[in-house]
Design a protein around this ligand. Structure first.
Ligand code: ATP
Ligand code: MG
Length: 139
């Protein structure tokens, strides 16, 4: 089902480097409406659950330890064609390969500390949004 919603996290590197405001500004100027948002942090258990699909990958341990290393901002965003448009706005996973002007190209330093997360499908956007937000926390 097409929901026109995606889920994002501003990751610990971008929060620590003071980029929350600039990233939210770029997201809203690109036409995304904020449906829900919170400033929080992930335990290593929660980070492992969130990235469960990558459990067997060699970088899983580093990914979990990085994602639980400091505060994050979690948000549900709404726009026509949200999943695809948001992936375009954030750029490639590896910031070295991200197009000029994308969020990762501007704010990320490495493939692990890559500033933002964006859902890769409608189904995962729903699962990830539900992981962070109750029904009462959405506009
Ligand atoms: P995200 O899911 O965080 O939005 P993505 O969808 O672009 O990123 P995935 O393949 O889902 O990329 O990988 C999840 C995260 O795991 C990446 O954001 C990155 O931080 C880390 N990662 C992916 N591939 C590698 C790799 N080869 N080496 C180190 N870390 C990696
Ligand atoms: Mg992904």
């Amino acid at each position: 089902m097409q929901t026109n919603r995606t889920f994002t996290m501003i990751k610990p590197d971008a929060v620590a480097n003071g980029h929350i405001g600039a990233i939210i500004d770029q997201i809203t100027k690109a036409g995304f409406k904020i449906v829900a948002m919170k400033y929080t942090s992930l335990s290593s258990e929660m980070a492992g659950q969130f990235y469960d699909i990558h459990r067997e990958r060699p970088f899983f341990k580093d990914l979990v330890s990085f994602m639980s290393s400091g505060p994050i901002v979690a948000a549900i965003l709404e726009k026509d064609n949200a999943i695809e448009d948001f992936r375009k706005l954030i750029g490639a996973t590896d910031p070295q390969k991200a197009e000029v002007g994308t969020i990762r190209q501007k704010f990320a330093k490495s493939i692990d500390a890559n500033a933002v997360h964006g859902s890769d499908s409608d189904e995962n956007a729903q699962i990830e949004g539900n992981f962070f937000f109750s029904a009462f926390e959405r506009a």
